[in-house]
Ligand binder design. Structure first.
Ligand SMILES: [Zn+2]
Length: 142
């Protein structure tokens, strides 16, 4: 039981530490559109859901008694439900246009990251991380 709580607490901590590392960094556009409560809730939703997944997994492995499982699963379930409800509330009351604009900007940043570089020798486009042309083997200028 104690181990379980440590494990859960640990995974929440790890998630809290690791998630910011994977966030898009400060391009101008994403800096303008600041993080909203909605973003936080989205991240919380992911954490809660992955915790439930972990719990289910541990239960299936036989590390938990039925009682413990039911109790913790119930708590997590109601936590997840409240996060979902909260997200719904925000989406129904907030400026959806702002959310859409945000998503578009994120996508735009992403496709900039997937930019292509054109081979000067044969004209084939290659991803920017290629050092040599995939088609003709010429060195690519980046
Ligand atoms: Zn080439």
């Amino acid at each position: 039981m104690v181990y379980l709580f440590c494990g859960l607490f640990g995974s929440v901590l790890i998630a809290a530490v690791v998630t910011p590392l994977f966030r898009k960094d400060d391009s101008l556009e994403s800096a303008i559109i600041e993080e909203t409560e909605w973003d936080l809730l989205q991240r919380k939703k992911e954490v809660v859901l992955s915790n439930i997944q972990d719990l289910d997994f541990e239960y299936k492995c036989g590390k938990l008694s039925d009682e413990d499982y039911k109790q913790i699963r119930g708590q997590m379930g109601s936590e997840a439900a409240s996060v979902f409800r909260h997200i719904d509330e925000i989406e129904s009351t907030q400026d959806l246009d702002a959310l859409i604009r945000r998503e578009i900007n994120l996508r735009r940043n992403r496709s900039a990251a997937d930019a292509q570089v054109k081979c000067t020798a044969c004209g084939v486009t290659n991803p920017t991380f290629n050092k040599f042309c995939a088609e003709c083997g010429a060195k690519l200028k980046t």
